[in-house]
Ligand binder design. Structure first.
Ligand SMILES: CCCCCCCCCCCCCC(=O)SCCNC(=O)CCNC(=O)[C@H](O)C(C)(C)COP(=O)(O)OP(=O)(O)OC[C@H]1O[C@@H](n2cnc3c(N)ncnc32)[C@H](O)[C@@H]1OP(=O)(O)O
Length: 172
């Protein structure tokens, strides 16, 4: 585990903090590089788990994620859906990683406009979480994108095992 200094204080790179990652004042769990800046670089501003089991995220596509004129790059849409849906196990204090992700791009996503992503667990089988979600434009709630995928529960050794695997690759 390595520790560096960031905008929100010491940044733990890999270790036992995955179930309780640092969060922004809006409750957004921060991963990797975002811990150093203290905000989500994808533009997620607030997250919460509601009593109906649905996680809801307030977000805006940042201008620097523009693809076509005034609309998001599709990679941003896929990344933010991956991120938000992957936060749902985390909101249950479970670390998981994406094994599969399918995205339907229903409409171009406008840059700089209020959006909402919602995510729900459809079912759990063994260590697999089947999660679906959608992105809507506010305030009309017009659907812009849908996603579904499988997240696989990991223990805290996941990233250390990956580092070992990578070292073996480097020795070849
Ligand atoms: C990222 C966290 C950061 C910290 C927190 C900050 C918050 C941010 C959070 C942001 C979150 C953003 C999210 C991100 O961006 S996460 C980053 C993107 N994803 C990855 O890096 C994952 C890379 N892949 C792997 O590590 C492995 O292939 C995994 C772990 C997926 C499986 O590895 P492995 O094969 O060795 O595992 P196993 O043999 O123990 O099997 C375990 C179970 O998995 C089932 N299975 C396997 N593959 C698939 C598949 N393709 N479809 C369906 N199921 C699959 C398998 O049947 C078994 O099921 P069960 O029989 O147990 O039920």
């Amino acid at each position: 585990m390595s520790t560096t200094s960031g905008a929100t204080g010491p940044v733990v790179r890999a270790g036992g903090d995955f179930q309780e990652p640092p969060r922004t004042p809006g409750g957004v769990a921060l991963c990797g590089a975002c811990r150093e800046r203290g905000t989500c670089r994808l533009g997620v501003e607030r997250e919460r788990l509601d009593e109906d089991g649905v996680a809801r995220f307030a977000l805006t596509c940042p201008r620097d994620q523009e693809g076509g004129p005034d609309v998001a790059h599709g990679g941003w849409t896929a990344a933010v859906l991956d991120d938000c849906l992957g936060h749902l196990p985390l909101l249950h204090r479970v670390l998981s990683v994406t094994a599969e992700l399918t995205v339907s791009f229903v409409k171009p996503v406008p840059v700089g406009r209020p959006l909402e992503v919602s995510a729900r667990v459809e079912r759990r089988e063994g260590s697999r979480w089947y999660i679906t979600g959608e992105m809507v434009l506010l305030p009309t709630r017009a659907v812009l994108a849908r996603a579904s995928g499988i997240w696989v529960t990991r223990d805290q050794g996941h990233f250390a095992r990956h580092a070992d695997w990578l070292a073996e690759q480097d020795e070849r």
